[in-house]
Write a protein that binds this ligand. Structure first.
Ligand code: SF4
Ligand code: SF4
Length: 74
């Protein structure tokens, strides 16, 4: 799951910035932002945020149904 930050909640404390292992969280106008392409989805930013401004969203890769015609014949 990729975390997202509620920019209206974030108070700019930078706790998540310091806690992110790959250091992919930065500050823009005193709000934390995540470089989602480089996020390792560890969830630590969500754990450490003291005001619950970090949330998760569904991954961009969704499970998909394999069409019947493409299923291997057994
Ligand atoms: S989930 Fe982990 S890697 Fe991704 S932004 Fe949060 S702390 Fe950093
Ligand atoms: S820990 Fe929470 S409030 Fe602090 S900068 Fe990160 S998202 Fe914002």
């Amino acid at each position: 799951m990729i975390p997202t930050i509620d920019i209206f909640k974030c108070n700019g404390c930078e706790i998540c910035v310091r806690a992110c292992p790959p250091q992919v969280i930065g500050m823009v106008q005193n709000v934390a932002v995540i470089l989602t392409d480089l996020c390792e989805e560890c969830g630590i930013c969500n754990d450490v945020c003291p005001i619950d401004a970090v949330d998760f969203k569904l991954p961009h890769y969704q499970p998909y149904e394999v069409h019947e015609a493409y299923r291997p014949v057994r």
